[in-house]
Design a protein around this ligand. Sequence first.
Ligand SMILES: NC(=O)c1ccc[n+]([C@@H]2O[C@H](COP(=O)([O-])OP(=O)(O)OC[C@H]3O[C@@H](n4cnc5c(N)ncnc54)[C@H](O)[C@@H]3O)[C@@H](O)[C@H]2O)c1
Ligand SMILES: [Zn+2]
Ligand SMILES: [Zn+2]
Length: 357
Amino acid sequence: MLAAILTQVPTDELVIADDITLRDIAPGDVRVKIAHSGVCHSDLSAMNGTIPLQPPAVLGHEGAGVVLDVGPGVTHVAPGDHVIIAFSPPCGNCNYCVNRKQPNLCMAGFLTQPQFMQGDTVVRAMTNAGTFAEETIVPAMAAIKIDNDVPLDVAALVGCGVTTGVGAALNTAKVTPGSSVVVIGAGGVGVAAIQGAAIAGASEIVAVDLHEGKLDRAKAFGATHAVLPDDLPAAMAEITGGDGFDFALECIGLPSTMRQAFDITRRGGTACVVGVGRMEETFELSAFELFFAEKILVGSYYGGADVRSDFNRFLRLYKAGRLDLEGMISRRIKIDEVNDAMACMGDADIIRQVIDF
Ligand SMILES: NC(=O)c1ccc[n+]([C@@H]2O[C@H](COP(=O)([O-])OP(=O)(O)OC[C@H]3O[C@@H](n4cnc5c(N)ncnc54)[C@H](O)[C@@H]3O)[C@@H](O)[C@H]2O)c1
Ligand SMILES: [Zn+2]
Ligand SMILES: [Zn+2]
């Protein structure tokens, strides 16, 4: 079958292979025919080495599709069911899943067996999902059943970008009604965070991006203000009287904007880092300022979500017209155009690109 493979790091080009096969299905496995996969900035980050991934590997971690087959012991889904693939699935049994109630931090998904082969060579998959392929095999815990009437293209976005952004606002930052929010970076994740802040009832939601085009779009998703980085100080002065925002969400992955998110958060407010930077990059805090301003600095992994309930919670918001997922799809491509999609990821008119299989 067709799949887009990472063959070296760093690279600008994925190899589109037509000779990828799946290993046999095993107990606890679910084989899924991928209908659509979103293209997330994290896929690009695996190509440039920001996110560590050992090649060869099938990229893609934001997908939805139809169950083709289930291994022995799988009872929660059956062939024909529609599923979203969770890129960091909860095992349901570990301390994170049960006692700490932080199933997004469960590590079990990292330990699953590779599912792809190319001849005799084992090919890994990004986050063990590998949604840039016509079919994949995932552990049962990663196949989250959804209603068959939800379009699978919007469902795919819920697999990463939507859950990450909406979840960061609702679950991690815990945006409150009437609060002021700034979202730095208005790509797919940022637009989802803006929508999450709107659902939470924020009074002011400021989108910040380098592209005017992104700013116009951000307003359509609920941003009350949208500014270029240079205009942020003036917007902050006007909206917060200079105190800073109640909540700042960094949705880019740069040390400079992570530090900026901290700086533009008010005393006692919450700065939430959603973007993923390189492991060797750092940003500094003085040993005085963290205590003195009593700011909360928090990372958000997979939107702090419990995918078992949050995927369908977000889809109910979509069905109710409270979450615009169709509007996030800026461009549709075929798998053999994925390198072109990577090249125009940051463009002014791109929120999310979706691969149609
Ligand atoms: N925490 C998680 O679990 C998680 C999950 C998915 C993605 N991510 C990360 O979230 C980040 C965003 O992902 P995405 O898919 O939305 O990316 P994207 O490329 O679609 O969006 C990034 C946006 O930031 C803007 N931008 C870039 N530099 C800027 C700057 N200096 N100032 C203002 N705006 C700037 C770009 O114009 C673009 O609109 C990435 O780092 C990605 O790896 C994290
Ligand atoms: Zn992603
Ligand atoms: Zn677990």
